[in-house]
Design a protein around this ligand. Sequence first.
Ligand code: SF4
Length: 546
Amino acid sequence: MIGILDGYVDEPSCLGVPPYISPYPRYVAGMLRDLGHSYRYITIDEFRKNPSVFDKAKLVIVIAGIAVPGKYLGGKPLSAKELKHLLPEKEKILVGPIVLEDLDKEIFERYEVLPFPFEHALYERLGGEVKDSSRNFVNKFAVLGAEVVKQHSDYPNVICEIETYKGCYWGRCSFCIERIHRISMREPRWVIKEIETLYNQGVRYFRLGNQTDFFTYLGDFSKDIPKPNPEALKNFHREIWRRCPKIKTLHLDNVNPKTIAAYPEESKEIIKTIVCYQTPGNVAAFGLESADEKVIERNDLLATPDEVLFAIELMNRYGRFVGYNGLPYFLPGINFVIGLKGETKETFEKNYEFLEEVMRRGLLLRRINIRQVKVFPNTPMAEVGYKNVRRHKKYFKIFKERVRNNIDNRMLQKIVPKGRLIRDLRCEVRKGRITFARQLATYPLLVGLVGEFERNAFVDARVVDYGMRSVTAIPILDVNKAKLYQLESIPGIGKTTAAKIISAKPFRSLKELKDLIGEEKFKILLPYISPMMITPAAENDEKSPS
Ligand code: SF4
């Protein structure tokens, strides 16, 4: 048996931290199957609970690499310290973006380290013969290895990250590791076949997230800025739905705003296709990185602030309408990278001014990501390293706080106003009487549910309050099972009415409830309770504890 240890990846164009499962473990499992090996897959979080799982493995393939670090609710990535002391007696192969990092040599000496991207090298290392040097090489393995999702501890509540192509048509931004990939598309029929195979394994959540610019997938790359192909993308989506009619989430990740600015007509058609054929709550992450023209020039960044504003406007025009799950269909998100070459105090002002302009124009941004640059060897950023990160620590903190306090909060109130019903929230972590939940989606909104729910329970809830980047929501309640603290949290209900309800329950009808609390309070309460969820009185003979 060969072990696959998923230490999680997070790259500019690929995510594999739960509930996401990146393509890599699926490709590795497919290769092992193809070569006649049995395997056992486990995530690092599960491995920490059960470190003897690989006792009988003759080899362990470790997948890791957090190239664009974030905060993760769903899992804790493998750390450098853990990597150093992992399975000391075992033969181990290390793959993934981790190998691009400037880590302690001692760590790498404990592994057989394969170059990244690793698929061709790994297949050869395992005894296979490589006949195709393009990304289509992974197609067979993507299909063969789809079954591995069943070994994920969150299955079937996982989102499969799907690769459509590698590489970036620009590939020059000073900090970005995408430069290492040459442009190579996967044939759409194979991408669709992979999705269909995963679907047949029970997966219902997908993100077409593993590419640098979804709009140019299947586009014309003979041009400097590749020309999108709206018709091909529409057919691609139609075929996915024809084969997988019960998909619950179909989202994407990166879109290059330069593509939209260069090809507005084609982009408009693609936005409409995405609104029609993908699911609501979708977000396209735009890399602005900096709104300071000096930083743009020094770091070879691609899109200008005006182009990014244009792209935000176009996406808002067709995507801002609210879908059946409570979120707008398709909104842009935006990335800032701090610590780049040429950055000064003014850069932070320009970045902030850009966001104020977005607000003034009444546009919606689903997510503003601000991160400090992570410097990789062999990138132009390596010349200056972390000099500006250290120098501008204070400005970074102030900028972030300003954005969180003045922009994010206002934006959230526009995107999900109070009272909005958000559906299909998957419960993840419980802290006291609050359960943190998110939709299985791209860049999902974090929701603090008032109530205690088990992990993997699905809940619908109404927004009642805002944090800086999260909302508080009351789950739709069965009034006969509701807790006092839940009823009290409903705006306008108050402690007295809540206590009245608790002491009078169970109710056999809504009329009984209305008679008790009066017309006015009943109207306030009604959106938060489900008439369908009034349990028969007999089941509630004992009063629930409050
Ligand atoms: S445009 Fe720049 S940041 Fe974006 S993927 Fe390409 S090289 Fe990386």
